[in-house]
Design a protein around this ligand. Structure first.
Ligand code: GLC
Length: 561
């Protein structure tokens, strides 16, 4: 075996791959606007707060994080039943976040700093307070009736066995018109009927509206849910494969079925083609999709389209469910690299607003910061666009929120055994003042304990802090053609605890070695390596390594040429 065996079969390895776009080269930073920075003292984050912090994100110097784009979780008008993922006016900004002119200013100020702005487009469903739904539910023959999915019940029961993603039946009975409407999420989030051409036209107008204003792209919320089976057939039951499945089915009704008919329908691909054509007609814009599925890699791959005519980027969520284990990450990367068509560009993510923060998932031991440094060294050196989640750069942990203070409907209404998603949405920890410098009053969710030392200001002054590690890696990545655009080949380390790979372009390459273990690990290459260290984390290693054997320090990360 050679040092570079286990090659993923990707055409561009041989061909070289010309990278042109910002969304391939850049780093995307997700902001959960309610929790980033409160500028007007109401305890809720807002757009002016984000503007205040743009220099922190990228002021063009290595003192800032250096991210290339921000993705804002929804800022459109919303009754906030699902904190913005229930939109009541697509062409407006919710007053909680500010005004349209604040948003325009955010665009200008971001663009001035070369930061792109990606909006969240939530169009599988609207809010039940959206005027379209108010009309649709007002009578059976209202012209907007067919904008949503209405159906008669069967023997006083819902029309079929579909379940909401949050638990319980996906149908809600409307006593005014005596029919049920479909909601894949909350009952306050009725699903739009994408089979109706008027819906398509209205949403495409929304897309145009924001692109005309200068927005750089959209993150498409639950993009694989838009279409449902035309005959609304029952989903087949899922036979539990193991005890875990059995328990899941008992406590979470959505897990009881295969989702054959309530998502991932073939009609979606034609729609995506049209959407892609529209977005591409505005230049280098981005469609980044959330494809929620048990078979994430396979499904996410499909949504790139057959001929580069689907999403530009489709999230791979497998890291969100992976144990902290080098082999597991290697398997996921390999599967993704093999599964994607040669023209498709991968994207990776460790945390977001729906899951437990990764430092709390992967790094429970004492040296959680060292472990988080390995995680981000991987994310920022993989082949694909990294998406980072606000606060991970300072190692914000999952908040532990008392039941009475929970806000997220999943924790409050549906999943009594879990706290829901509030723990990963706590206010950003800027400094050690009251409310962590997020707000001058008590914020909408409690600030994490530990913010006195775990905050931006504190870490700014510590050369080896996690924040400075993120900065170092992001700026280093920017200057390296291999890291931003090279293909990936695994390096056999002969040690299951150490992940090794190379990033390669025609005239540049980098070697990355990541020790996932809290212990020293010896690795052995199949032939002698000459590695000149560019960056080493969790060790003081520098200079040249010329050897077949290397003893890696606990959680050591090496980037070398
Ligand atoms: C997506 C969002 C999640 C939201 C759901 C319904 O999964 O990420 O936060 O609750 O869609 O819109």
């Amino acid at each position: 075996m050679t040092a570079m065996d286990e090659k993923p079969k990707r055409k561009e390895i041989a061909e070289g791959f010309a990278i042109k776009t910002w969304w391939q080269k850049g780093v995307i930073y997700q902001i959960y606007p309610l929790s980033f920075k409160d500028s007007n003292g109401d305890g809720l984050g807002d757009i002016s707060g984000i503007i205040e912090k743009l220099d922190y994100l990228n002021d063009g110097t290595e003192n800032s994080l250096g991210v290339d784009a921000i993705w804002l979780s929804p800022v459109n008008s919303s009754p906030m039943q699902d904190f913005g993922y229930d939109v009541s006016d697509y062409n407006n900004i919710d007053s909680v976040f500010g005004s349209m002119s604040n948003f325009r200013r955010l665009l200008d100020e971001s663009h001035r700093r070369n930061i792109k702005v990606i909006m969240d487009l939530v169009v599988n469903h609207t809010s039940d307070q959206h005027p379209w739904f108010l009309e649709s539910s007002s009578s059976k023959n209202n012209p907007k009736r067919e904008w949503y999915i209405w159906k008669n019940g069967v023997n006083n029961k819902p029309p079929n066995n579909w379940q909401s993603c949050f638990g319980g039946p996906a149908w809600e009975y409307d006593s005014t018109t005596k029919e049920y409407y479909l909601h894949s999420f909350l009952k306050e989030q009725p699903d739009l009927n994408w089979r109706n051409p008027q819906v398509k036209q209205a949403i495409f107008d929304v897309i145009r509206f924001w692109l005309e204003m200068g927005v750089d792209g959209f993150r498409l919320d639950v993009v694989n849910y838009y279409f449902k089976d035309a005959l609304l057939r029952n989903n087949p039951p899922k036979r539990p494969a193991n005890l875990r499945d059995l328990i899941a089915g008992v406590i979470y009704s959505y897990a009881k079925h295969h989702h054959t008919y309530d998502k991932d329908q073939p009609e979606m691909f034609d729609l995506l083609k049209d959407m892609r054509e529209l977005v591409d007609s505005y230049g280098e814009k981005l469609l980044l999709g959330e494809v929620g599925s048990d078979r994430n890699t396979e499904m996410a791959t499909r949504y790139y389209g057959k001929n580069n005519d689907g999403l530009h980027l489709s999230f791979n969520f497998d890291f969100l469910h992976s144990p902290w284990n080098a082999n597991s990450f290697k398997r996921i990367i390999m599967e993704w690299e093999k599964g994607l068509p040669s023209w498709a560009w991968p994207t990776y993510v460790l945390s977001n607003h729906d899951v437990v923060r990764h430092i709390s998932r992967y790094c429970r031991g004492v040296n959680s910061e060292a472990c988080a440094k390995v995680a981000i060294s991987m994310l920022l050196t993989l082949h694909g666009t990294p998406v980072i989640y606000y606060g991970e750069e300072i190692g914000m942990k999952e908040g532990n929120i008392p039941k009475r203070l929970l806000k997220d409907p999943t924790g409050k209404r549906f999943w009594p055994l879990f706290q829901g998603r509030d723990g990963c949405r706590t206010p950003m920890q800027w400094d050690n003042s009251a409310n962590a410098g997020f707000s001058n009053i008590s914020p909408w969710l409690p600030v994490n304990r530990g913010y006195k030392t775990n905050n931006v200001k504190f870490q700014h002054d510590e050369p080896d802090s996690l924040l400075n590690t993120y900065r170092k890696l992001i700026w280093f990545r920017k200057k390296s053609p291999a890291l931003t655009s090279g293909s990936l080949e695994f390096v056999n380390t002969n040690n299951g605890k150490v992940l090794g790979y190379k990033r390669i372009t025609d005239n540049d390459f980098m070697t990355i070695l990541l020790n996932f273990s809290e212990k020293e690990e010896a690795i052995q290459f199949s032939e002698e390596q000459k590695l000149s260290i560019c960056l080493s984390l969790n060790s003081r290693r520098s200079g040249l390594i010329k050897s077949r054997i290397l003893n890696m320090e606990p959680y050591e990360a090496i980037i070398a040429v």
